[in-house]
Design a protein around this ligand. Structure first.
Ligand code: HDE
Length: 712
């Protein structure tokens, strides 16, 4: 598929960014002052063997710039990958909002998206078990709107005041800075086991959602309830959802651990490659809209960010589509310097009183001041809105504009009264006029006290293999904790979700689920020392299951962008290969020849094929499926290299589809698959369609029962 150059050039944001780009192709090397330089290898010295002279301004400029290349990484979400694209609206939503982005179906609103992990440092692995950030900057004609969300629909805590505690608990422990990009340690579980509101987000992190197959295959959520405001000033509550067109898919934990070693840039590379190949990632935007009069209709509080609205109660209305079609030109300039602020909204969208959202409105501007060095970060090219900006804010570090005129205050007459106020008809922002009649009080609303119903709903809604993954994740994470009291508190809390789950985890820890079930919850977990914490209420069942919460629900039938490893050497059966390649590549799958060596291999008809990776440089976990064509000499050679057998065993263990033709079957016989050749997604001399369909289903989770037997 060719890259869509036309679409790229249609974005006014990309056009704007181009004016800042610098291309050194064919240009002479200069200093930052434009002085031509003819030696950038040697410093100025007194004599051939030194010493170096302070006079050397060329050395000083080069070294000084280098010394200051780094800026502080983000305190959370340090590791991220970004891409440009655009958003298109399917239908006019003026009934709910006056926002241009939601009323003008002719617009293509430019976007920049940054995906991230939360806990790890900038250079940490992509495959950490973690929440993923999903931040979208819409460059709308009425100003920039940032929807700064995650790939899970709820958050750990209910009040911004607790955020530093949460993050200090999950980050590496402060005495020894261990572990990197991992929640599996004592301080995290010490905190969450005494903070029951964390449980809902916590069980999502134990689920497969925390180890996505690709950034292109995960959902996104705005989490908080926001408001949509229409022309008449009427408000509706809204929750934002991103639904990936490729479906929602994950890897297994065993793969995640191995991918971290084989390619710690796995997600970043996958996003980059898909865009370079013209296989543009797409998400549909969905809205859950709740009329204001229904605010108190639910068993949970709409302002509580640890709660989702089950899609079965309020359906997600699909309203538009986002396409990512351009990689950044420069990682630092764009992905690192992009600054997302939940406080960036546009007329037609407004905040609610969600106490987590309210705190975020302060934090994000504040953090950019130290991260990007001052208040002019909005002038950095990636952060500039597409429209004009005029106000009386002045000066500060790195002011790059030259504001003209004698006046920098309002009102003025010397400057002709400019910049003048926007009239409402010109789209001036008007905060939603919410009626408030309350006393000032430092507390948590009683309506936020149900901490167990939704984690239990989530667990009930998962398929059996998803539930098993949750159990294994809890066993792994708690197994890494050194303190028995922390493990027991966690078991007590997991017991609130499901008795059997808690028992299975307890068995793996060599512990028993604590019995003091009738004690008041805060006493049982030792949280009663804090008089401000309400006793969590007992679990309720207001919905038996929410099928939308399971990844098996994801509607998809595509093999686009799937990576298929073709294990082949000289003499492989070209017909087999070509028949498969023709069909699968037409649908956007990518076949990668993995040969015993680099360079090329020759098929049985004498054609040379480029080798994508040698078996020495790649691993099974980096592919979605395996194909082994026939060909006596090819198969004989492969069989001699034991890593190929490990490759096949791992693919089988990770529930991937495997197809072989003719002699290829002997490789299965040399592997663990020998005993399982009748498995429903092991294909021997079968047609392409069956293999294709199995890849589209992502994994054969029914194989789960045997995979622990696979010795890799
Ligand atoms: Fe963030 N968060 N956050 N967060 N967050 C940041 O801002 C913060 C929260 C999210 O790709 C920081 O620019 C507080 C919820 C994403 O650049 C910081 C609270 C959600 C990103 C910050 C929250 C998020 C951030 C660090 C509780 C999902 C990465 C760097 C009140 C709805 C954006 C920065 C990017 C980044 C603070 C809670 C998502 C420190 C105080 C809830 C995707 O300002």
């Amino acid at each position: 598929m060719a890259k869509d150059k036309k679409l790229e050039s249609q974005s006014e944001k990309i056009e704007q960014l181009k004016t800042f780009e610098k291309d050194s192709l064919g240009k002479v090397l200069t200093t930052n002052q434009g002085l031509k330089v003819n030696d950038t290898n040697n410093s100025l010295k007194s004599g051939e063997r030194g010493s170096t002279l302070l006079e050397d301004f060329l050395l000083r400029e080069k070294i000084t710039n280098f010394d200051h290349e780094r800026i502080p990484e983000r305190i959370v979400h340090a590791r991220g990958s970004g891409a440009h694209g655009y958003f298109e609206l399917y239908e006019n939503l003026e009934k709910y909002t006056k926002a241009g982005i939601f009323t003008d179906t002719k617009r293509k609103t430019p976007v920049f998206v940054r995906f991230s992990t939360v806990a790890g440092s900038k250079g940490s692995t992509d495959l950490a078990r973690d929440v993923r950030g999903f931040a979208v900057k819409f460059y709308t004609q009425e100003g920039t709107w940032d929807l700064v969300g995650n790939n899970m629909p709820i958050f750990f805590i209910q009040d911004a005041m607790k955020f530093p505690d949460l993050i200090h608990a999950v980050k590496p422990e402060p005495n020894n800075e261990i572990p990197q990009a991992a929640s599996a340690h004592d301080t995290f579980y010490d905190f969450v086991s005494r903070t029951t509101e964390t449980l809902h987000n916590h069980i999502w992190v134990m689920s497969d959602r925390a180890i996505p197959r690709s950034l292109r295959m995960m959902e996104g959520f705005g989490i908080h309830t926001f408001r949509l405001i229409n022309k008449e000033g009427k408000s509706h509550f809204v929750k934002f959802h991103w639904k990936p067109k490729l479906g929602v898919h994950s890897v297994t934990w065993d793969e995640a651990v191995k991918i971290s070693g084989a390619d710690s840039d796995f997600h970043r590379r996958d996003l980059w490659n898909a865009i370079e190949a013209g296989q543009y990632p797409e998400w549909e935007l969905g809205l859950q809209i709740v009329p204001e009069e229904d605010e108190h209709k639910y068993d949970f509080d709409l302002l509580d960010p640890t709660k989702l609205i089950p899609e079965e109660m309020v359906p997600v209305k699909i309203v538009g589509k986002m396409t990512l079609n351009k990689n950044p030109e420069n990682f630092f300039a764009e992905t690192e310097q992009v600054a997302f602020l939940p406080g960036h909204i546009v007329p037609g969208i407004d905040f609610t009183n969600d106490p987590l959202l309210q705190g975020r409105l302060f934090s994000y501007r504040d953090t950019q001041l130290s991260r990007l060095g001052g208040p002019n970060f909005h002038q950095i090219p990636i952060n500039r809105p597409v429209g004009e900006t005029h106000n009386n804010q002045r000066d500060g570090h790195m002011q790059t504009e030259i504001p003209k005129g004698q006046t920098a205050y309002f009102p003025n007459s010397l400057g002709g009264g400019c910049p003048h106020l926007a009239k409402m008809v010109e789209g001036g922002f008007h905060s939603y006029e919410e009626r408030i009649d309350a006393k000032k009080i430092r507390t948590r609303s009683e309506s936020f006290s149900d901490h167990f119903s939704q984690p239990a709903l989530f667990y009930r809604s998962l398929s059996s293999w998803e539930q098993q993954h949750v159990m294994e994740a809890y066993s792994f994470e708690l197994g890494k904790c050194k303190h028995k009291d922390i493990q027991e508190r966690m078991l007590w809390i997991i017991n609130q979700i499901d008795y059997e789950l808690a028992n299975l985890v307890a068995d793996n820890l060599g512990l028993k689920v604590p019995k003091n079930i009738d004690k008041p919850i805060n006493q049982a977990i030792g949280a009663d020392a804090d008089p401000n914490i309400h006793e969590p209420s007992k679990k309720k069942i207001y919905l038996e299951k929410s099928p939308a919460l399971s990844q098996t629900k994801s509607d998809f039938d595509t093999v686009a962008t799937r990576q298929i490893a073709v294990l082949a050497a000289d003499g492989f059966n070209e017909n087999h290969y070509k028949t498969l390649a023709d069909k699968l590549e037409k649908e956007g799958a990518q076949l990668k020849i993995i040969a015993p060596h680099g360079g090329t291999i020759t098929g049985d008809s004498g054609t040379a094929y480029e080798v994508h990776e040698s078996i020495m440089t790649t691993e099974s976990v980096l592919y979605d499926a395996i194909y082994i064509p026939g060909g006596e000499s090819s198969v004989a050679w492969i069989k001699k290299i034991k890593k190929y057998i490990k490759f096949i065993n791992e693919a089988f263990k990770h529930c991937k589809a495997i197809a072989v033709h003719d002699e290829g079957e002997t490789l299965l016989d040399a592997s663990f698959v020998k005993e399982y050749k009748s498995d429903e997604t092991v294909f021997i001399n079968s047609d392409v369609k069956a293999f294709r369909d199995a890849i589209a289903k992502h994994r054969n989770w029914n194989r789960k029962a045997v995979i622990d037997q696979v010795p890799v």
